[in-house]
Design a protein. Structure first.
Ligand code: NAD
Ligand code: IPM
Ligand code: MN
Length: 359
């Protein structure tokens, strides 16, 4: 059998709950396609801080780098919120993304027919929504220098960050976005704040330059405030706008508990994670929706390993489970069967096992 090494990073809060479910689903889908996985679980985030004193231990990053793909649950929690910057779980996540050089974060958001009722939008508006946010992940204000704390000319305390993009960073994410748009409906919208920010003016200039390589893709531009109002199609945007717009997109689809993501670089293992966080408010209660992580596992198979059949097995199993009426609290509406994280996982497993799931 084909063998792959997968690094699992359960992290904090609901992270371990959703990872344990997704691991079983991944294992079963793969084995039905003649694939074998070797899993290695490593500490990350708050869990790693408690265990080793740092949010991303060298051994965790090394293991991740040497594997074929990385599946992450979520990190963070109240306990570490007051830590100094370099000792925050979130800093570990940024170090992981930078360490794996995964600059392209694909965040698809589509309204599944089964979940139209869970959308915050009216049925007529929500139906058929199918977005892809292509988020730049290793640059911009998250990483820009200068940054820090200090004092201004009046002796007042200040905190500051810098939004900065080099041409090569914009060019490479733009190319990924044009390729993505080409495979979808041939339309790409670049989202920026070029009416105010120099970094955005430069972003727009580079995206326009790269567009010459893709004459078949129709490029438009939109300011981020306007884009927040009328999200659509394939969007390419910077690190921080992509973070915000993808959470916004999640509500259209019904819940943040549904949205997966894939983070890819030029080479090396991809990083796959739900877009949601550690949800401390429901952690340890078996209430988390594991579907975002299960769908991230499907993206791992498809984008990370090129194992499209096993990926489709998982996607179909999720649809089938929803067809059979199973819902966690975040996507529940009248008449559904309310289940917890574990039971949802078991129902998905049953569907993975069926050769030809319904619908
Ligand atoms: P969050 O995404 O953790 O939670 C926001 C809301 O959505 C909460 O009400 C939560 O219960 C709900 N929710 C999230 N995931 C869910 C799921 N799978 N099923 C059902 N409900 C779900 O965002 P937050 O509360 O702003 O952040 C909590 C912690 O997570 C913070 O420490 C933050 O830094 C961290 N965080 C981590 C990641 C990550 O690991 N990639 C992403 C976002 C936030
Ligand atoms: C996400 C999260 C992270 C981000 C945080 C936890 C660093 O919100 O993955 O969307 O801002 O990228
Ligand atoms: Mn986010």
């Amino acid at each position: 059998a084909k063998t792959y090494n997968i690094t699992l990073l359960p992290g904090d809060g609901i992270g371990p709950e959703v990872i344990s479910v997704a691991k079983n689903v991944l294992n079963l889908a793969a084995s039905l396609e003649g694939i074998e996985f070797k899993f290695k679980e490593m500490p990350m985030g708050g869990a790693a801080l408690d265990l080793t004193g740092v949010p991303l231990p060298d051994e965790t990053l090394e293991t991740a780098k040497q594997s074929d793909a990385v599946l992450l649950g979520a990190i963070g929690g109240y306990k570490w919120d007051k830590n100094e910057k370099h000792l925050k779980p979130e800093t570990g996540l940024l170090q992981l993304r930078a360490g794996l050089k995964v600059f392209a974060n694909l965040r698809p958001a589509s309204v599944l027919p089964q979940l139209v009722d869970a959308s915050t939008l009216k049925k007529e508006v929500a139906e058929g929504v199918d977005l892809m946010v292509v988020r730049e992940l290793t640059g911009g204000i998250y990483f820009g220098k200068p940054r820090g704390f200090g004092t201004n000319e009046n002796g007042e305390e200040i905190g500051y960050n810098t939004e900065v993009y080099a041409a090569y960073e914009i060019d490479r994410i733009a190319r990924i976005a044009f390729e993505t748009a080409r495979k979808r409906n041939g339309k790409l919208c670049s989202v920026d704040k070029a009416n105010v920010l120099e970094a955005s003016m430069f972003w727009r200039k580079r995206v326009i330059a790269i567009a010459e390589e893709y004459p078949d893709v129709e490029l438009t531009h939109m300011y981020v405030d306007n884009a927040a109002m009328q999200l659509f199609d394939t969007i390419v945007t910077n690190n921080i706008f992509g973070d915000i717009l993808s959470d916004e997109a999640s509500m259209i689809t019904g819940s943040i508990g549904m949205l997966p993501s894939a983070s890819l670089g030029e080479s090396g293992p991809g990083l796959f994670e739900p877009i949601h966080g550690s949800a401390p408010d429901i952690a340890g209660q078996d209430k988390a929706n594991p579907l975002a992580t299960i769908l991230s596992a499907a993206m791992l198979l498809k984008y990370g390993l090129g194992e499209v059949k096993a990926a489709e097995r998982i996607e179909l199993a999720v649809l089938n489970t929803l067809d059979r009426g199973f819902r966690t609290g975040d996507i529940y509406s009248d008449g559904n069967k309310l289940v917890g994280c574990k039971e949802m996982g078991e129902e998905v497993l049953k569907s993975v096992d069926t050769k030809t799931p319904a619908s």
